[in-house]
Design a protein around this ligand. Structure first.
Ligand code: FES
Length: 108
Protein backbone atom coordinates (compact mmCIF):
# COMPACT_ATOMS: atom_id res chain seq x y z
CA UNK A 1 0.00 0.00 0.00
CA UNK A 2 1.00 3.58 -0.59
CA UNK A 3 0.20 6.33 1.92
CA UNK A 4 -0.64 9.82 0.69
CA UNK A 5 -1.13 12.92 2.80
CA UNK A 6 -3.33 15.59 1.24
CA UNK A 7 -3.13 19.11 2.64
CA UNK A 8 -6.27 21.12 1.94
CA UNK A 9 -6.62 24.89 1.52
CA UNK A 10 -8.37 25.23 4.90
CA UNK A 11 -5.32 23.76 6.66
CA UNK A 12 -6.86 20.35 7.25
CA UNK A 13 -5.23 17.09 6.20
CA UNK A 14 -6.57 13.82 4.82
CA UNK A 15 -4.77 10.53 4.35
CA UNK A 16 -5.28 7.84 1.77
CA UNK A 17 -3.91 4.31 1.59
CA UNK A 18 -4.12 2.89 -1.89
CA UNK A 19 -2.69 0.00 -3.85
CA UNK A 20 0.46 0.56 -5.89
CA UNK A 21 -0.49 1.52 -9.43
CA UNK A 22 -3.28 3.84 -8.32
CA UNK A 23 -3.09 7.44 -9.43
CA UNK A 24 -3.08 10.48 -7.19
CA UNK A 25 -6.54 11.31 -8.51
CA UNK A 26 -7.79 7.89 -7.40
CA UNK A 27 -6.08 8.36 -4.04
CA UNK A 28 -7.84 11.69 -3.58
CA UNK A 29 -11.17 9.89 -3.89
CA UNK A 30 -10.05 7.34 -1.31
CA UNK A 31 -9.30 10.24 1.05
CA UNK A 32 -12.60 11.97 0.21
CA UNK A 33 -10.76 14.96 -1.17
CA UNK A 34 -13.12 16.38 -3.77
CA UNK A 35 -10.73 16.98 -6.64
CA UNK A 36 -12.82 17.73 -9.68
CA UNK A 37 -11.01 15.51 -12.22
CA UNK A 38 -13.63 16.38 -14.82
CA UNK A 39 -12.22 14.36 -17.72
CA UNK A 40 -11.73 11.21 -15.68
CA UNK A 41 -8.00 11.05 -16.26
CA UNK A 42 -7.77 11.51 -20.01
CA UNK A 43 -5.62 14.64 -19.66
CA UNK A 44 -8.20 16.95 -21.14
CA UNK A 45 -9.13 19.27 -18.28
CA UNK A 46 -6.42 20.15 -15.68
CA UNK A 47 -9.07 20.08 -12.93
CA UNK A 48 -7.04 17.42 -11.10
CA UNK A 49 -4.23 19.95 -10.60
CA UNK A 50 -2.27 19.49 -7.37
CA UNK A 51 1.05 20.73 -6.03
CA UNK A 52 3.58 18.20 -4.90
CA UNK A 53 5.43 19.06 -1.72
CA UNK A 54 8.95 20.34 -2.40
CA UNK A 55 10.49 17.38 -0.55
CA UNK A 56 8.79 14.95 -2.95
CA UNK A 57 8.60 16.74 -6.28
CA UNK A 58 11.94 15.56 -7.65
CA UNK A 59 11.12 11.93 -6.87
CA UNK A 60 8.42 11.89 -9.52
CA UNK A 61 9.06 11.07 -13.16
CA UNK A 62 9.10 14.21 -15.28
CA UNK A 63 5.76 15.17 -16.84
CA UNK A 64 5.07 14.34 -20.45
CA UNK A 65 4.87 17.23 -22.95
CA UNK A 66 1.10 16.66 -23.05
CA UNK A 67 0.86 17.04 -19.26
CA UNK A 68 2.99 20.19 -19.43
CA UNK A 69 0.65 21.64 -22.04
CA UNK A 70 -2.38 20.91 -19.89
CA UNK A 71 -0.71 22.33 -16.78
CA UNK A 72 -0.42 25.64 -18.64
CA UNK A 73 -4.20 25.87 -18.23
CA UNK A 74 -4.20 25.21 -14.48
CA UNK A 75 -5.17 28.17 -12.32
CA UNK A 76 -2.67 28.82 -9.51
CA UNK A 77 0.11 27.01 -11.36
CA UNK A 78 3.36 26.66 -9.40
CA UNK A 79 6.69 25.03 -10.32
CA UNK A 80 5.67 21.94 -8.33
CA UNK A 81 2.31 21.58 -10.07
CA UNK A 82 1.28 18.24 -11.55
CA UNK A 83 -1.88 16.60 -12.82
CA UNK A 84 -3.13 14.14 -10.23
CA UNK A 85 -4.42 11.76 -12.88
CA UNK A 86 -0.94 11.40 -14.36
CA UNK A 87 0.92 10.43 -11.18
CA UNK A 88 1.06 6.67 -10.76
CA UNK A 89 1.90 5.77 -7.18
CA UNK A 90 4.28 3.06 -6.10
CA UNK A 91 5.77 2.07 -2.75
CA UNK A 92 8.72 4.43 -3.22
CA UNK A 93 6.25 7.31 -2.99
CA UNK A 94 4.62 6.18 0.24
CA UNK A 95 4.37 9.20 2.54
CA UNK A 96 4.10 11.71 -0.32
CA UNK A 97 2.64 15.07 0.65
CA UNK A 98 0.28 16.71 -1.82
CA UNK A 99 -1.12 20.24 -1.58
CA UNK A 100 -4.59 20.73 -3.03
CA UNK A 101 -5.31 24.18 -4.48
CA UNK A 102 -8.76 25.59 -3.78
CA UNK A 103 -9.37 25.97 -7.51
CA UNK A 104 -9.15 22.19 -7.97
CA UNK A 105 -11.86 21.37 -5.45
CA UNK A 106 -15.43 20.76 -6.60
CA UNK A 107 -16.69 23.36 -4.14
CA UNK A 108 -13.73 25.67 -4.78
S1 FES B 1 -8.66 14.47 -14.66
FE1 FES B 1 -8.64 15.73 -16.41
S2 FES B 1 -6.53 16.11 -16.72
FE2 FES B 1 -6.56 14.90 -14.93
Amino acid sequence: MVEILFRLPDGSERRAHVAAGSTLLEASRDARVELEGACGGSMACATCHVRIDDAWFDRLPVPSPEEEDMLDLAPDWQPTSRLGCQIALDESLSGIVVHVPKSSLLDG
